[in-house]
Ligand binder design. Structure first.
Ligand code: BG6
Length: 477
């Protein structure tokens, strides 16, 4: 007899949505919160955020009274979360991922004791989710390092920051024991190609923006992630900890062996993060690369014990399309070339549903542990017409992607859940605009923070509600 894989979404599949603290909460300076990088990016029409900031620029942004800083206000979720969660419950979601803002809990990062007012907010938020039968999934750090750790310690460049991070983790693991089970130590650990200040908190005048320094910051973050994983397991054996990356596997531009090798190198580099967080080891290809480059990233032999003892329980991914590489694209620094076979949205972000199935299979083939799709979505320019939003484009996007997700399940990949990015409209991370909307729920706020803040259900709301209700039965495969 041949054993068959299920062709349906498994029972208990965690349908849900994901956001971050800084893209939703606003209220950046209340209840003792400290400043963190996303508070410092002003909205500039048509521009993506500058990931490099010097200490002078940081100070100037904090003092600036002229420009509009969207994430300081966002969608006011700090106050509206009970109503928003009620809407999400109506949508039917089973799981909600958000981050805790580190700077609310330790405003300066290096205090001995946490800020009770910040914790109270998250106590209430988590209780509200549980009360609504929504499983909370918490990202411990989604670009929210307290700015004092950047200015005083050079961010993740310094090893000392690991201890501050672990102190923060310990507070969360103890406080939310029995309430939160799923944790993501860091969002998208592999964003080292573009994020330098926002990802590592390293001001550009204190730490040169070189690959060597970014790899050092990353090494420290990986130590912190593995140590946090062990701590979480020690505090509560029921905790499940993710290794989380933005997947960016490569298609070779042509069938030339050199392009295929370039794609292999890309993928080995992408797997570097998972090799450390899931297998507990640096891949040998990384040692070779660092030796060739003459890099010193502060690697110590004793770090290997931390990696070995802090392996993740599952892999979390965000998916916004794969890249295409060739020998023309420079390994590590700027790896992507254009691919005429893949569609793009208004922001030139890729729409590649088949790539989702490819990615899930590829990861599972390599690591053989469950995968949680933690971000899936596409930005759309929504139009309100007579109080309605007919967002056909969003529905089509999800129809195509969920079809491929279901095919990956029939391929045998164990998938824990699917969180759509921004189920309610939020401020964009890369461009700090509101116009790049991902939600099933529209929020009446524009790029300059003007609007009533009113929430409106888009056409996709009913569509997604039905998908969840039927556990994805009507998605063809
Ligand atoms: C992910 C980030 O990479 O992309 C999110 O984790 C972000 O914070 C999401 O919002 C979508 O990006 P953007 O720039 O469209 O908001």
């Amino acid at each position: 007899m041949i054993k068959r894989n299920s062709k349906e979404f498994p029972e208990g599949f965690l349908w849900g949505g994901a956001v971050t603290a800084t893209q939703t909460e606003g209220n950046w300076d209340v209840d003792g919160k400290g400043v963190c990088p996303p508070d410092l990016y002003a909205y500039q029409e048509g521009k993506t955020q500058n990931d490099l900031m010097s200490t002078e620029e940081i100070k100037a942004a904090i003092e600036d009274k002229v420009n509009y800083y969207p994430r300081r206000h966002a969608i006011d979720f700090y106050n509206t979360y009970p109503q928003d969660i009620a809407l999400l419950r109506e949508l039917g979601i089973k799981c909600f991922r958000t981050s805790i803002n580190w700077a609310r809990i330790f405003p300066n990062g290096d205090e001995e004791l946490p800020n009770e007012e910040g914790l109270t907010f998250y106590d209430n938020l988590i209780d509200e989710l549980i009360k609504n039968d929504i499983e909370p999934l918490i990202t411990i750090s989604h670009f929210e390092m307290p700015i004092n750790l950047s200015m005083k310690y050079k961010g993740w460049y310094s090893r000392e920051v690991i201890d501050f991070y672990l102190r923060y983790c310990e507070v969360l693991f103890k406080r939310y024991k029995g309430k939160v089970k799923y944790w993501v130590p860091f969002d998208e650990m592999n964003l080292i190609h573009r994020e330098s200040f926002s990802q590592f908190g390293m001001p550009s005048d204190l730490v040169e923006n070189s690959l060597e320094n970014k790899l050092r910051g990353l090494h420290h973050k990986m130590i912190a992630s593995c140590a946090a994983t062990k701590l979480a397991h020690d505090i509560d054996e029921n905790n499940k900890i993710a290794a989380m990356i933005l997947t960016q596997y490569a298609y070779p531009k042509t069938s030339s062996p050199d392009d295929v090798l370039a794609a292999l190198h890309n993928d080995q580099f992408e797997n570097y993060y998972l090799d450390v967080l899931v297998r507990g080891k640096y891949p040998k290809t990384m040692f070779r690369f660092m030796e060739e480059q003459g890099f010193d990233i502060g690697y110590r032999l004793e770090d290997e014990i931390i990696f070995e003892n802090g392996k993740a329980d599952f892999i979390g991914i965000s998916y916004y399309g794969n890249r295409t590489v060739s020998t023309e694209s420079i390994h590590l620094e700027n790896p992507a070339v254009d691919n005429p076979n893949i569609a793009k949205n208004d922001w030139n972000w890729l729409t590649d549903p088949v790539g989702l199935r490819y990615t899930l299979n590829k990861i599972y083939d390599q690591y053989q542990i469950p995968i949680f799709l933690m971000e899936l979505g596409t930005g759309v320019h929504d139009k309100v017409e007579n109080g309605k939003i007919h967002d056909r484009e969003r529905i089509e996007f999800f129809e195509e992607n969920l079809k491929q997700l279901k095919l990956a399940i029939s391929d045998g990949v164990p998938i824990m859940g699917c969180l759509t990015w921004g189920p309610i409209d939020i401020v964009s991370n890369s461009s700090a605009e509101m116009s790049k909307r991902y939600g099933f729920i529209y929020v009446d706020i524009d790029d300059y923070g003007k609007g009533t803040g009113k929430r409106l259900k888009k056409d996709s709301f009913d569509w997604f509600q039905n998908i969840i209700k039927t556990n994805g039965k009507r998605i063809e495969n």
